[in-house]
Design a protein around this ligand. Structure first.
Ligand SMILES: *Cc1c(COP(=O)(O)O)cnc(C)c1O
Length: 409
């Protein structure tokens, strides 16, 4: 038997043992969606998450949603009403963000390899472009001059440190992201001289960290770096985007980020900041932490079989919707995501089984030798932490399967 990750708080079953998501039975949700597999996102949990963040963080810090974690249009429209801004990383995300109702001045656009037509769309819409290089800056200035527009430009800084314990490092050393810190002052002067509306800095050091102390240390380093750059430039950045990095517990032994500790440390960091940043505003951008726990992937068992003594529950879902849960998206050692039999939620585990998807590849494993209640064909399996990097970060076209259904409740 191998353990699975912790089932997130906020989920329970009705008297029949059927998992409830957003107050609705999992089987009723599958019927409403028309078929399995499906992703269900609970708006009440999204709202609670934002409220938790706001209660913990200093009020002067704004909350941005990094929409690459989950770009489902109804979810975006819901998030637009409860966060302060969106961060996008492609022209496609930009269009989705604008369509969600989020105001252009609260959208910023990062990401390496922005094409001219994406820069043009961003400048026309009036969103802030987080510049990833001096070359991109020149292209943006040129396009803005042609359009007769004053572009809103911020500089993404490649910090000289990374986020300790983070699952995905995005700073420290050679990186395709951002401008190396030593080149930033000259670039900002160039933007200001060219008449651009300089919006500040974007400093993102990593992702999926659980230790509050590591997040707090990175935030302190980020504020210090912003202050150093501002002193060199001789001007205060209007906004310092501190990045994010707060992760969620996916695996056995993981525990949730202590948001109160992160917030208390950030309040201290900001209170003690260099006066050069006295008038600056601050933001954090979070993807996964905001949306992962609010999502559940529901897939139906199609077959139950035994091979060489190992019991397999074969489902109608798989890695084509859950690449990360299958262990094939940036993981070195495969471990089990939080998983349950949705139709016997909370029942005692009585057997060890492997839950696999319907794809004809041995990579398609959703739960490896996990202890679960007895389940048969027709029962529903739930994979948790499915609200982030699921539907849009998995190869839905693989083996001709097609996308999962998605609903926001
Ligand atoms: C991916 C990304 C995020 C979101 O990361 P999460 O781990 O989902 O919070 C935020 N900012 C930038 C620049 C990113 O590339």
């Amino acid at each position: 038997m191998k353990p699975h990750g912790p089932i997130p708080p906020g989920y329970s079953a009705d008297a029949d043992g059927m998992l409830l998501v957003g107050g609705e039975r999992a089987d009723a949700l599958a019927a409403r969606a028309g078929d399995t597999p499906l992703f269900v996102y609970a708006s009440a949990l999204l709202k609670a998450r934002v409220a938790e963040w706001r209660a913990a963080m200093p009020t002067e810090v704004q909350l941005h949603y990094a929409m690459k974690a989950n770009p489902f249009a109804p979810l975006l429209a819901f998030m637009a009403g409860i966060v302060d801004g969106f961060d996008v990383a492609s022209g496609g995300e930009l269009a989705a963000a604008l369509a969600s109702g989020m105001a252009a001045e609260h959208i910023s656009f990062a990401g390496p390899g922005k094409r001219d037509r994406e820069l043009e769309a961003a400048i026309k819409a009036g969103v802030t472009i987080n510049l990833e290089s001096a070359g991109e800056a020149e292209r943006a200035l040129h396009i803005a001059a042609r359009l007769g527009a004053r572009p809103r430009l911020a500089v993404r800084v490649n910090p000289d440190f990374d986020l300790k314990g983070s699952g995905m490092k995005m700073g420290g050393g050679a990186k395709p992201f951002g401008v190396d810190a030593e080149g930033v002052p000259a670039l900002v002067r160039r933007l200001v001289d060219a008449g651009a509306d300089w919006q500040g800095f974007h400093i993102f050091a990593g992702s999926q960290a659980l230790a509050a102390a590591a997040i707090a240390e990175t935030q302190a380093q980020t504020v210090a770096l912003a202050a150093r750059l501002a002193s060199d430039i001789g001007a205060a950045p209007p906004l310092v985007n501190l990045g994010g990095g707060m992760g969620v517990p996916y695996f056995p032994g993981d525990s949730a980020v202590d948001t109160a500790a992160v917030g208390a440390a950030l309040a201290e960091t900001l209170a003690a900041r260099d006066p050069v940043l006295g008038a600056s505003r601050f933001a954090m951008e979070l993807g996964r932490w905001l949306v992962a726990e609010a999502g559940v992937y529901l897939t139906r068992i199609v077959d139950r079989k035994v091979s060489h003594g190992e019991t397999f529950l074969v489902t109608d879902g798989g890695l084509h919707h859950q690449l990360a849960a299958s262990g094939n998206f940036g993981t070195v050692i495969r471990r089990n995501y939080p998983i349950a039999i949705a139709s016997h939620f909370g029942a005692e585990a009585v057997e060890t089984v492997s839950v696999v998807g319907c794809l004809c590849t041995p990579l398609d494993r959703l739960g490896d030798q996990v202890a679960l209640p007895r389940a048969e064909a027709g029962d529903l399996v739930a994979i948790f932490q499915a609200g982030a990097y699921g539907a849009s970060a998995s190869p839905a076209a693989f083996l001709g399967q097609g996308p999962a259904r998605e609903i926001l409740v």
